[in-house]
Design a protein around this ligand. Structure first.
Ligand SMILES: C[S@@+](CC[C@H](N)C(=O)[O-])C[C@H]1O[C@@H](n2cnc3c(N)ncnc32)[C@H](O)[C@@H]1O
Length: 286
C-alpha cells in the first residue's frame, strides 16, 4: 500500500514533545521532529487519523490522555535490552561485591540481598541479576536469599517481563552453562521461544514506576541498583533529580550501575566510582 506521509507541524511537535517531557522527563529536541513524525505514522493510521492536529485534539482530551500516554512511551523511548548486557557488571557482583556483602560473621543467619532494575524494559536485566544471585547461592552454599524489583513506565514491556517468555534467538545472550538450569525451550517449531523457570521468576516483582514522579512508591532499600541505558533520555536536571531519589533507596555502601555509554560527570552525587560505570554510595559518616 502507498500511504501519504502525515506531516507534523512545528506547533504540534512542540505540544506533543512538551507533553512527553512533562509526563516522562524525556526530552525531544527539535531535531527529533522527523523521527517523531515517522514513528507516529502507524499509530495515527490505527486511530483512523489523517493529521497530527486530530491526534493532538485526541490526546489532550482528559479522558484519553492516560491510555494514549501508555502507547506513546513505546514510540518515544527505546526498549533495547539483552540478557547479561554489559556482562562485567554481573561478574563484579558475583566475584567481588557478593563475597564482600555476605558477612562471614553472620554465619547461621540468612541474609537477604535486595536489587532494583530501574528502567527494566522486557526484564532481561532483572532475570540476569536473579541468575547471578542464584548461582552464587548454589556455588558457595551461602545462607543467602534475594529479591529483585524491576520497574518501568511502559506497560507493554512489563507484560513481557512478567511472562518471562522470549524469542528463542535471545538464548544466545545467556551463558551456555545456565541454559539447562534456568531456561525452558518450547517445542513449537513455527514460533520457537524460551521461558525462564518459575523458581527464578518468583524472585522478581515487576511493577509500573515512573522515575520522574515525585513520590514513586518504592519504600525498600537496595544493595544493588541498576539504572542502565535509561538516563540517556533525560536532561541533566532530570538526571540529577532522578539519581538523587534512586540513591536515596541505596543502602550505605550499596552499588549503583549505569550504562557504559552514560556519564555522571559534574553531577555531584553522594557516590564514589569503584569501576567503570559502577558507583558506591558514600555513608553519612564519611
Ligand atoms: C533502553 S531500555 C534499558 C533497559 C535495561 N536497563 C538495559 O540496560 O538493558 C530503557 C527503558 O527505560 C524506560 N523508561 C523511559 N523513561 C522512563 C521513566 N520516566 N521512568 C521509568 N522508566 C522509563 C523505557 O520504557 C525503557 O524500557
Amino acid at each position: 500500500m502507498n500511504f501519504q506521509i502525515i506531516e507534523i507541524k512545528d506547533n504540534e511537535f512542540q505540544r506533543l514533545s512538551n507533553l512527553v517531557s512533562d509526563k516522562f522527563g524525556i526530552k525531544l529536541p527539535v531535531d527529533k521532529r522527523i523521527m517523531f513524525q515517522s514513528r507516529f505514522q502507524s499509530r495515527l493510521r490505527e486511530l483512523g487519523m489523517d493529521s497530527f492536529k486530530a491526534y493532538c485534539d485526541f490526546i489532550f482530551k482528559p479522558e484519553n490522555t492516560a491510555a494514549e500516554l501508555s502507547k506513546m512511551i513505546d514510540l518515544v523511548s527505546t526498549n533495547k535490552t539483552d540478557f547479561f548486557r554489559e556482562k562485567e557488571h554481573f561478574d563484579l557482583i558475583y566475584n567481588r561485591f557478593l563475597p564482600e556483602l555476605i558477612d562471614e560473621k553472620k554465619k547461621g543467619v540468612r541474609q537477604l540481598v535486595n536489587c532494583w532494575s530501574a528502567g527494566c524494559s522486557n526484564g532481561q536485566e532483572a532475570f540476569s541479576l536473579a541468575i547471578t544471585l542464584e548461582e552464587y547461592k548454589l556455588k558457595t552454599k551461602a545462607l543467602v536469599d534475594y529479591q529483585i524489583l524491576g520497574t518501568d513506565v511502559s506497560e507493554s514491556v512489563l507484560n513481557i517481563a512478567r511472562s518471562g517468555i522470549y524469542p528463542f534467538s535471545e538464548i544466545g545472550m545467556i551463558p551456555q552453562e545456565y541454559w539447562k538450569k534456568y531456561v525452558l525451550k518450547s517445542k513449537d517449531q513455527k514460533n520457537p521461544r524460551i521461558k525462564i523457570i518459575q523458581s527464578i521468576q518468583s524472585k522478581i516483582e515487576f511493577k509500573y514506576s515512573n522515575l520522574v514522579d515525585n513520590n514513586y512508591s518504592i519504600s525498600r532499600m537496595f544493595h544493588f541498583i541498576f539504572i542502565r541505558n535509561t538516563l540517556i533520555y533525560f536532561d541533566r536536571e532530570n538526571q540529577y533529580k532522578i539519581l538523587m531519589k534512586v540513591i536515596d533507596r541505596l543502602l550505605p555502601g550499596g552499588y549503583l550501575f549505569i550504562g557504559h555509554s552514560e556519564s555522571l560527570i559534574n553531577l555531584n552525587l553522594p557516590i564514589r566510582i569503584v569501576s567503570p560505570s559502577v558507583y558506591q554510595k558514600i555513608s553519612n559518616e564519611e
